[in-house]
Design a binder for this molecule. Structure first.
Ligand SMILES: [Zn+2]
Length: 581
């Protein structure tokens, strides 16, 4: 493999100019702002960012899209004479003002063991019709939609700790359209603390009845989406997208004031070094992440769909950097093609090894359907041994600190040294990705991932599908890609690399969607667990519940789609080969 994850000129100077002052004072300023999506406090937070951008002369725009936002306002749960403190997740249904009463049952599900289990939400078994179902874990959409589909009247989630984590329970990714609007949750959901959960479970007898009250302010509202652009000088239309969310639960210091501050410092720095930037960098502060299921980033993907599809090199999500005790990079998301780059840049800046895994369907990774590669989302975290030693349960941000999504995510969660280190990491990753002559995306790794996933599925579907031709196409495409990447050696300038880069992006636009998405280029898949090659995963999941004929049809279509993507990728790779020989 010749593709370079190496250095580009100007990196040392860039790193030497990183400073913490502006970032840290932004974090401090945010510690008094509860940044609910579309709120006045969030607008003040956006102004703190834009006023600095303006003072530095960084070009930026604040968009005001009108999107579906849901703000929890009140929740309570009463069983007999006992009232439990409760929270309701964003996008759950509101009950009538004096609540809703129903029989209550306990169905154990167990707590997530790692950050990677959190976003899935294991199913529970049993008859739930007309009942409130009490179960462990966060009120994740997979769980809530499963129980709603089975006729549950409501869900009571027992938090893994004493502080109740805020969250969002809709499976709709971004604002709804006609194909997704029907998935809006229609049942109320509350979360209670772990000890209250224990108390509640002990009280639930055969005839237990509970009253649940929830009130949410759900509707279409304008939210601020701030976009700064630092234009590159050689290929300004091509860009790296660096982004994070501005909105928060409570004052959200670790999630995500530290990320907002990282973006601010990277904007300042890249603007100062703009003459060294070959391609453009767009830096986005989203709203609607927490209260609109990634509404802001999804709006951006919609509003700029074809520009993103044609010109975005990769996107880098910045969520919860610089937190207390977050000294390792053991839970880093990276698509296979970006792994080598992610590891190299992490090592070059921090001297540490990044353990990469493919992104879950979570965070503002709203560009899979458009076929854009990504890395990071969560970056630094506390070591697993330390987490266990502290007795912390797994959480989905704040570097593993369990104050995540609670009132306690305050200044103590931010760490100056770790934040400075992470700013340097995001700055260098962005600069390098925008400047390397050849884009740092090695799709041979992606093909290996596709092949591995397909072999596992092939073992499960047996004779229902003949996938031998597809394995042959994978081998052909690998040869085409090897030839493409071999020609990288002879390329040393951004302009000479253009045909190669066009081919590399075209390969990604074919392979990324088939590996991560089912809903088509301009739609969003739901916020549910989406396994690799989701068409095949869906067939395997349905194999015991539908007739063989349906499965055969499904698998033939899944195979055709994958074959088509492989053929397109091979063709793109060969076209660049011709133009550079
Ligand atoms: Zn976050």
């Amino acid at each position: 493999m010749a593709i370079s994850a190496g250095r580009v000129s100007g990196e040392q100077e860039l790193l030497e100019d990183v400073r913490l002052d502006d970032a840290w004072s932004l974090v401090q300023g945010f510690s008094s702002l509860v940044r609910e999506s579309g709120s006045d406090a969030e607008r003040q937070a956006a102004e703190r960012i834009t006023s600095r951008l303006a003072s530095w002369g960084v070009p930026h725009t604040v968009h005001e899209p009108e999107l579906l936002i849901s703000l929890p306002r009140h929740a309570s749960l009463a069983v007999a004479d006992r009232n439990y403190a409760a929270k309701t997740p964003s996008m759950a249904a509101s009950t009538p003002p004096d609540g809703m009463t129903a029989p209550i049952v306990y169905m154990p599900a167990g707590f997530a063991r790692s950050v990677h289990d959190i976003f899935s939400g294991a199913a529970v078994d049993g008859d739930v019709t007309g009942k409130f179902v009490v179960t462990e874990g966060l009120p994740m959409p997979a769980r809530v939609s499963d129980l709603e589909a089975r006729g549950a009247a409501g869900v009571v989630s027992i938090s893994p700790g004493e502080r109740i984590h805020e969250g969002i329970c809709t499976p709709i990714w971004g604002s709804p359209d006609l194909t997704s609007a029907g998935r809006q949750p229609r049942i109320p959901v509350v979360s209670i603390s772990r000890s209250d959960g224990k108390d509640l479970v002990a009280r639930i007898g055969a005839d237990a009845v509970a009253t649940m009250t929830t009130r949410l302010d759900t509707g279409w509202r304008t939210i601020p989406v701030t976009v700064a652009e630092i234009r590159g000088s050689v290929e300004p239309e091509r860009f790296v997208l660096l982004h994070g969310h501005l909105d928060s639960w409570h004052v959200g210091i670790g999630d995500n004031a530290t990320g907002d501050a990282t973006l601010l410092e990277v904007a300042r720095l890249l603007h100062e070094h703009r003459r060294r930037l070959a391609r453009s960098v767009r830096i986005c502060w989203w709203s609607g992440h927490s209260h609109g299921r990634y509404a802001g980033s999804t709006w951006f993907a919609d509003a700029h769909a074809n520009d993103v599809a044609r010109n975005c090199i990769c996107h880098i999500n910045c969520d919860s950097p610089g937190c207390r005790d977050a000294t390792v990079y053991s839970d880093v998301y990276a698509m296979a093609e970006a792994e080598a780059f992610t590891r190299q840049v992490t090592f070059d800046v921090t001297g540490l090894t990044a353990d990469c895994r493919h992104p879950a369907r979570a965070g503002d990774i709203s560009f899979n359907n458009l076929g854009v590669s990504t890395f990071f989302m969560l970056s630094s975290t506390m070591p697993e041994e330390l987490r266990l030693q502290k007795g912390y349960h797994a959480v989905g941000g704040c570097g593993g600190n369990i104050e995540w999504h609670t009132e306690a995510d305050t200044m103590e969660i931010a760490d100056r040294d770790n934040l400075l280190r992470d700013i340097r990491l995001y700055a260098l990753a962005t600069f390098r990705a925008a400047n390397l002559p050849v884009h740092p995306l090695d799709f041979v790794g992606t093909l290996t991932q596709i092949e591995g996933a397909l072999r596992r599925y092939a073992g499960e579907v047996g004779t229902l599908a003949d996938l031998s031709g597809t394995f042959g196409l994978i081998a052909d495409t690998r040869r085409d890609l090897d030839r493409l990447y071999d020609s990288v050696r002879s390329v040393d300038s951004v302009s000479a690399a253009r045909p190669l880069n066009d081919a590399i992006l075209a390969v990604g636009r074919s392979l990324v969607p088939v590996l991560y998405a089912r809903s088509g280029k301009y739609r969003q898949d739901p916020a549910l667990d989406i396994p690799l090659l989701p068409d095949f995963a869906a067939a395997v999941a349905a194999r015991d519940s539908v007739p063989a004929g349906i499965l055969r049809t499904e698998l033939m279509r899944a195979r055709n789609r994958l074959d088509g993507a492989l053929l397109d990728a091979g063709e793109a790779a060969r076209s660049a080969g011709h133009s550079t020989v």
